[in-house]
Design a protein around this ligand. Structure first.
Ligand SMILES: Nc1nc2c(ncn2[C@@H]2O[C@H](COP(=O)(O)OP(=O)(O)OP(=O)(O)O)[C@@H](O)[C@H]2O)c(=O)[nH]1
Ligand SMILES: [Zn+2]
Length: 201
């Protein structure tokens, strides 16, 4: 197995060990009192391993990889993509949290901008890891600043956590909102313009 490395977005984590994941799921089925050899469960460890590989694909991607396409359009005002669907995995319970991300930035003075789809890809790089919502929000904003030399960035995420709806406190429908605001978007007027665009339905 490859050595694990940090989750700072700059380094890649080790390979996905499918066999090990399968064995762990089989063990979990036994631990909860199930029979992993009964007909309906025989393929389950392999299916679950594949599902985790997909849901956690961001562990093997870096934000630099997805923000490579840049154009110089000379556009130097805010670009905002709203309602990007996200599904992530809460690192405390390994249960999903899902909702939407709104991602905006003010391009570098050079006018260096990226493709719109790349903003959604960037969100996925960090969402597809074991996460807490606050860190997911921060990592997206910091990547825009660092990689695009953006003059400002704003990321707002609204999500429902399955760990709060299906277990524990059991409050389905409760939504958590987190934001990260960087650079020129911290200026009150610019920030409030961005927030009203984000909140407009
Ligand atoms: N700040 C933050 N907390 C989270 C996130 N996802 C889950 N949590 C919380 O992490 C906490 C873990 O608390 P613990 O007391 O260690 O675990 P627990 O006994 O399962 O907690 P309960 O959910 O209250 O039953 C809970 O309050 C969760 O709601 C997240 O993205 N951000
Ligand atoms: Zn949780």
């Amino acid at each position: 197995m490859t050595d694990p490395v940090t989750l700072d977005g700059e380094a890649k984590i080790g390979e996905f060990d499918e066999k090990r994941a399968e064995n762990a799921v089989r063990e979990l089925l036994i631990a909860v009192g199930e029979n992993p050899d009964r007909e309906g469960l025989q393929e389950t460890p392999a299916r679950v391993a594949r599902a985790y590989r997909e849901i956690l694909a961001g562990l093997r991607q870096t934000p630099e990889e997805v923000l490579t396409t840049t154009f110089d359009l000379g556009h130097d005002e805010m670009v905002l993509v709203k309602d990007i669907e996200i599904v992530s995995l809460c690192e405390h319970h390994l249960l999903p949290f899902h909702g939407v991300a709104h991602v905006g930035y003010i391009p570098a003075e050079s006018g260096k901008i990226t493709g719109l789809s790349k903003l959604a890809r960037l969100v996925d790089v960090f969402a597809r890891r074991p996460q807490v919502q606050e860190r997911l929000t921060t990592q997206v904003a910091d990547s825009l600043m660092r990689i695009l030399d953006a003059r400002g960035a704003i990321v707002v995420i609204e999500a429902e956590h399955m760990c709060m709806s299906v277990r524990g406190i059991r409050k389905p429908g409760a939504k958590t909102t987190t934001s990260a605001v960087r650079g020129q978007l911290r200026d009150p007027a610019t920030r409030s313009e961005a927030m009203s665009l984000i909140m407009a339905r």
